[in-house]
Design a binder for this molecule. Structure first.
Ligand code: ADP
Length: 403
């Protein structure tokens, strides 16, 4: 069984084709800068010995449909293709950012589902319309394949209401669905499952804190295998410090910016989402650059690291209080998986919570999935590489075949 996973953005389509018997990736790639003259399509075929065969097509001016058609041509190319005909694709799994309160699990897409995803557009005005474009295009290019929506928000739908209701007038929740939703759910769910496998314990018995630290960043508190709190809110702006997003700030700051600096709503939106976070403090949003500069004694880069890891420590403390007992703390995402410095800073002086890191294990580049806490420690600290595409492929298979 072959499943195509698609992640459609407003100007990009990322894709991976899986063989679900082996769970191997057969091909992966991305069409980017859609709608511009400088559009580019990068397509990689996985060759048996673990090497990649890469094709890059540049200076394309394509829309989403043409992008998907090109991708299909490359997948079925007689010389380098990985399938002979597009009908070999049994199902298509779509990442959909906002499922609101309607979707608590992946679902086969029909016109009713499309309507409901569209209804959630006010909650994700940039993402849901792009996801719907990808769905429409894939439905027409692969008419025989069931299309499945896998929602970023679904894993967090188990939050108890005291964790998702904001202290705003209650009718804003009742009538306008203003509440905490949380994002990165597919990643939090995937690493929680991998951790349970690694620890050889049922997920339903585990209390976990998962830290997804990528360009965007979020944490989840997982009790007996179910998500009970998460740091992102109505939108992905709340919570941790991110590459360019503020995370938590005093909600009165936007009024100050409007009243004293005459900023418009759009300007404030841009400032909080695109000009803040690590970039706002030290000018760089890429954590590798921030770390390099901090090592060279750049004061603002050091401050950015301090603010970034201090926020995470506060959330760890809060989530231990929420959970009562913690079995494992899990790092994932580009930063969580690759930066021993950040992991060490997040866990520094947390032995009062039984959280400790073994410096050698933290610095070693052994197995990608590994324990970095000392042997015998009460709280296991793990590094678990995330794989959202594989999780979407698995969920798609489960919905389509029932297994
Ligand atoms: P996205 O959220 O877009 O999927 P990723 O999960 O790939 O992003 O994470 C991107 C972040 O990971 C960037 O800030 C990048 O600097 C950081 N990163 C990648 N490799 C390393 C590394 N070796 N050390 C520190 N940070 C890293």
């Amino acid at each position: 069984m072959k499943i195509l996973v698609i992640n459609t953005g407003s100007s990009s389509v990322k894709y991976q084709l899986f063989d679900m018997v082996t769970e191997e990736v057969l091909a992966t790639g991305m069409a980017e800068r859609i709608g511009e003259d400088s559009g580019k399509l990068t397509h990689q075929v996985m060759v048996k010995n673990g090497t990649h065969q890469k094709r890059v097509i540049e200076d394309l001016n394509i829309d989403h449909r043409e992008g998907m058609e090109k991708i299909t041509e490359l997948l079925t190319d007689p010389e380098h293709g990985v399938i002979t005909d597009k009908s070999e694709i049994s199902a298509v799994g779509h990442r959909v950012v906002h499922g609101g309160e309607t979707f608590q699990a992946p679902i086969i897409i029909d016109e009713k589902v499309i309507l409901e995803i569209r209804k959630n557009t006010p909650l994700a005005p940039l993402h849901n319309p792009a996801n719907l474009t990808g769905i429409r295009v894939a439905m027409s290019i692969f008419p025989g394949a069931p299309q499945v929506a896998v929602f970023d928000t679904a894993f967090h739908q188990t939050l108890p209401r005291h964790a998702y209701v904001y202290a705003l007038p209650y009718d804003l929740y009742k009538n306008h669905q203003v509440r905490r939703y949380g994002f990165h759910g597919t990643s939090h769910a995937y690493v929680a499952e991998k951790s349970a496998e690694y620890l050889k314990r049922p997920l339903s018995e585990l209390n976990l804190i998962t830290l997804h630290l990528g360009n965007g960043a979020s944490m989840a508190a997982i009790k007996d295998g179910q998500c009970v709190d998460t740091s992102m809110g109505l939108t992905p702006l709340e919570g941790l410090v991110m590459g360019t997003r503020t995370g938590d700030i005093d909600p009165a700051i936007p009024f100050f910016l409007a009243n004293h600096l005459n900023m418009s709503l759009d300007e404030i939106d841009g400032l909080l989402n695109k000009e803040s976070g690590l970039k706002g403090i030290c000018g760089a949003n890429d954590m590798r650059v921030v770390l390099e500069r901090a090592e060279k004694e750049d004061d603002l880069a050091q401050l950015a690291l301090e603010v970034y890891t201090y926020r995470i420590k506060k959330y760890i403390g809060a989530y231990v209080a929420v959970l009562g007992r913690l079995d494992a703390l899990i790092f994932t995402g580009g930063i969580g998986e690759n930066s021993p410095v950040i992991r060490e800073r997040c866990c520094r002086d947390l032995s009062c919570l039984n959280i400790e890191i073994d410096a050698d294990k933290n610095n070693s580049s052994g197995d990608p999935l590994r324990q970095i806490s000392p042997s015998g420690s009460n709280v296991r600290v793990l590094v678990v590489p995330t794989n959202e595409e594989l999780k979407i492929a698995r969920e798609t298979k489960k919905v389509v075949t029932g297994t």
